[in-house]
Design a protein around this ligand. Structure first.
Ligand SMILES: Cc1ncc(COP(=O)(O)O)c(C=O)c1O
Length: 394
């Protein structure tokens, strides 16, 4: 059970907006804002390098708290600028050769798909997408067949896509990858903070995420999990700097043993400290409690949205997340978002280009309205959203 009164008292944004854009960026708790501003002030008072030195232990707690969230060790975590940055660093560590296969899904994130296409263009790798099953998620059987028959260099799966309520079976795919010794990269950008994400169950080699979404951290921070297997095989990002490696002689360098080899030297330490605070906050509320609360909120909301005039929900899958996308034949998503925003209700839109394969399969050629509740939303806010939509669509 979450204590809504306390959690909302911790969150200044709830005084100003009704926030259903947690899949974009959530509202930061005051403690996160304080951690950031305190460090910026310290930097201004004693110097940036000196402030980092003074806050060494607190900075290290970013790794400890993030590791706890994912059920791993601090040495397996790298701090990055965002999820896409983490993803690019992970991809750049894989020594792809011509005709190597990346096995992925039709629901993988748009920027990941573009990165695969870019690898295809430059290195001649092949992209294969496993088919979906009748539930709308990727077919684990098809993944198994393709892993066995194609021996991919990498399997890449987005846990929760940006554009629908789908939750992909990342644990079952992880068991297949482990069994067949295939590298496995999971994009957990939209799942971490709203669902349990446990790398000891997922068995991935890399996992990428961002701090500003369901984790309620600041913009401009993300992280990368790197497995012991990857670290001990000496995989490293292509462009590694003096923080990730030491220059040993004119022609040699030596890799740092931990996941920090995936980082750059320069960091926005105020944001690292803010993210650490956000991750501790999520751990204190409890990920199971958050997931249960979100499941209740979203079930209530979906059951009401489906009754609105001309509305079609786009969410499919055996298990649904806190991302709800819909279209209405009566008004465009952009118009709905703008009208809601005029009433201080934040939502967002998923354009066709964000998910062309999924949207084409659903015969969805237009933009969808994306509503992403989180545990601090109230039933009254849900009612307000549904009533406003009803008025706009009636
Ligand atoms: C599923 C998914 N992966 C990755 C990203 C990229 O995250 P970032 O903007 O932090 O790079 C997003 C952003 O919306 C996303 O929804």
């Amino acid at each position: 059970m979450v204590d809504l009164t306390t959690l909302r008292a911790d969150t200044p944004g709830v005084q100003h907006v009704i926030h259903f854009n947690n899949a974009g960026a959530s509202l930061m708790p005051q403690a996160v804002v304080d951690a950031i501003t305190k460090h910026i002030i310290l930097e201004s008072e004693i110097g940036g390098y000196e402030a980092a030195e003074a806050q060494k232990d607190a900075i290290q707690d970013f790794y400890t708290a993030t590791a706890k969230l994912l059920t791993t060790s601090a040495d397996n975590i790298a701090a990055t600028a965002n999820a896409t940055d983490a993803y690019a660093r992970a991809l750049s560590a894989i020594p792809f050769q011509r005709n190597d296969i990346i096995l992925t899904t039709v629901n993988d994130y748009v920027s990941n798909q573009i990165a695969f296409l870019s690898l295809q263009k430059r290195f001649g790798i092949k992209i294969v997408r496993a088919t979906d099953d009748s539930s709308g998620g990727v077919s684990v059987d098809d993944m198994a067949d393709k892993i066995k028959s194609l021996r991919p260099r990498l399997v890449a799966v987005t846990h929760v896509p940006t554009n629908s309520g789908l939750v992909q079976p990342v644990e079952a795919i992880g068991r297949l990858c482990r069994e067949h010794d295939v590298l496995y990269l999971v994009d957990a950008c939209q799942s971490v903070g709203q669902l349990p994400v446990d790398v000891s169950q997922i068995h991935c080699d890399f996992l990428t995420a961002t701090c500003r979404k369901f984790l309620r951290g600041p913009r401009g921070m993300g992280f990368l999990y790197v497995s012991d297997k990857v670290l001990s095989s000496n995989l490293a990002p292509l462009f590694i700097d003096l923080h990730g490696a030491s220059w040993e002689s004119a022609d040699t360098f030596c890799l740092r043993p931990t996941a920090k080899r995936f980082e750059d030297w320069e960091f926005p330490y105020a944001l690292v400290l803010g993210a650490a605070e956000a991750h501790r906050y999520a751990l204190n509320v409890g990920i199971e409690a958050i997931a249960n609360r979100n499941a209740d909120l979203c079930a209530t909301l979906r059951s009401q949205l489906i009754q609105l005039p001309g509305v079609r929900l786009l969410d499919e899958g055996n298990r649904l997340s806190s991302i709800i996308t819909l279209i209405s034949e009566r008004k465009s998503a952009n118009d709905l978002k703008a009208a809601l925003s005029a009433g201080h209700i934040n939502t967002s839109v998923s354009p066709h280009g964000a998910a062309i394969l999924d949207f084409d399969r659903k015969n969805m050629l237009t933009t969808a309205l994306r509503i992403s509740p989180h545990y601090i939303n109230t039933d009254a806010e849900i009612n307000m959203l549904v009533e406003t939509l009803h008025r706009l669509l009636a």
